[in-house]
Design a protein. Structure first.
Length: 401
């Protein structure tokens, strides 16, 4: 299956290398560590399946000028052939080829400056890869708790700085189409003494934990679960559950194997407890924890996506809009509304669009908007998921490893 990871993040260090998750929202900054044992939010994630990376594209807000940027996919703390250099007036660069990666490999992106390039501003990227069947990988990165023992819940999509929660519904997000999760991997930034970290996928709607789990208790502080299955229906909520013992604090990163019921469908999802405006149109980044807040300026929350078809938008609010009030959430492509939109009005807290679809042009900007009718009640957060479908061919499902 042909699949994608996508991300957006802030500025780079013009003197030192920095690292980032292969899939991230703008709250997750480029970091000094790719895999940290100091509780400093390393950026490498252990993948759950064999894959082949075939294309890697980067964009920067400001050209490097007299210096250069080299962007590289890193595997197990080493550079790979998936690398390109951006120079002069260029604001984008692309690598194409075949980079084989195996289950358990640690992947991240590195940005390396040479000769003090101009500050890059916002950075965007897409990574295309193929799998050996009808499945794709969902990557996330999360802050950990401040103490050791307990049960915690994490966002399952995209990198973010959203705080871990002891309440399962806080960090759940929505699944917009039928699918099955079959594996989970995890890595922690610190040892845990004599204790352990155990990670499950949870269907929060049916209150069902996965029968499979990733358990970390010794160096190198990472694990990939065995195979299993946990089913989700359209509209179900998903969250990552951690059961932790011991006393050490640590951040965590995860990866899930997801099998869609409709061949080629990829889910992108978002969850945040910040509230969009009750009086004006706001915008956000449609992945992970999004931006730190909904924004009146769309360009502040852009992402870039490869050519794809968008559909099946599901949205959930913490608080209903109220009588004669409504909120409408619309997927935006290249600074324009698509036909994929979900309205929530009155006493309802959920809405969806399972009818419309829209084509997104390769590499153009992408966002979601929140528009209001009347003055709806403030809501302590929005959760949504939608489907992204890339064009597939038979060779996309049967790569040679």
């Amino acid at each position: 299956m042909r699949c994608i990871w996508t991300g957006v993040s802030g500025t780079l260090d013009t003197a030192n290398p920095r690292y980032q998750l292969v899939s991230a929202g703008p709250q997750y900054a480029w970091n000094t560590y790719e895999n940290s044992t100091f509780g400093s939010q390393g950026r490498s994630v252990p993948i759950t399946e064999n894959i082949i990376i075939t294309k890697f594209t980067m964009w920067v807000g400001t050209a490097p000028g007299s210096g250069t940027w080299t962007f590289t996919v890193r595997k197990n703390a080493a550079n790979t052939a998936a690398s390109m250099t951006m120079t002069g007036a260029a604001t984008t660069a692309t690598w194409s080829g075949q980079l084989s990666c195996s289950a358990g490999d640690l992947l991240c992106i590195a940005a390396t400056p040479t000769s003090s390039p101009t500050n890059a501003g916002t950075t965007y990227w897409t990574i295309e890869y193929t799998t050996q069947g009808n499945y794709y990988l969902v990557v996330s990165g999360n802050n950990g708790p401040s103490s050791g023992t307990g049960t915690y819940y994490y966002l399952p999509f995209g990198g973010n700085n959203i705080a871990v929660s002891t309440t399962a519904t806080t960090n759940e997000t929505l699944i917009p189409t039928n699918l099955t999760v079959t594996k989970i991997s995890a890595i922690a930034d610190q040892t845990n003494g004599s204790g352990s970290f155990t990670y499950y996928v949870r269907n929060n709607t049916t209150a069902t934990d996965s029968s499979f789990s990733a358990v970390i208790n010794t160096s190198p502080f990472q694990a990939v679960s065995g195979a299993g299955s946990l089913s989700f229906s359209a509209g179900d909520a998903i969250v990552i559950k951690e059961v932790r013992s011991g006393t050490n604090w640590a951040n965590t990163r995860n990866c899930m194997t997801v099998v869609p019921s409709v061949t080629g469908e990829i889910v992108q999802a978002y969850s945040n407890t910040t509230a969009p405006s009750t009086s004006a149109t706001n915008y956000n980044t449609p992945l992970g924890g999004g931006s730190s807040a909904w924004n009146a300026t769309e360009s502040a929350v852009y992402m870039r996506m490869p050519a794809s078809t968008l559909s099946k938008l599901y949205v959930k609010l913490a608080t209903a809009p109220g009588a004669s009030q409504s909120r409408t959430f619309t997927l935006r492509s290249n600074s324009a509304d698509t036909t994929v939109a979900a309205m929530i009005s009155g006493t309802a807290t959920t809405g969806n669009d399972t009818v419309n679809s829209a084509v997104h042009v390769d590499g153009t900007f992408f966002s979601i908007s929140s528009a209001v009718t009347g003055t709806p009640a403030a809501t302590a957060g929005v959760k949504f998921g939608f489907v992204q479908t890339l064009q597939q061919s038979s060779s996309d499902f049967f790569p040679m490893f």
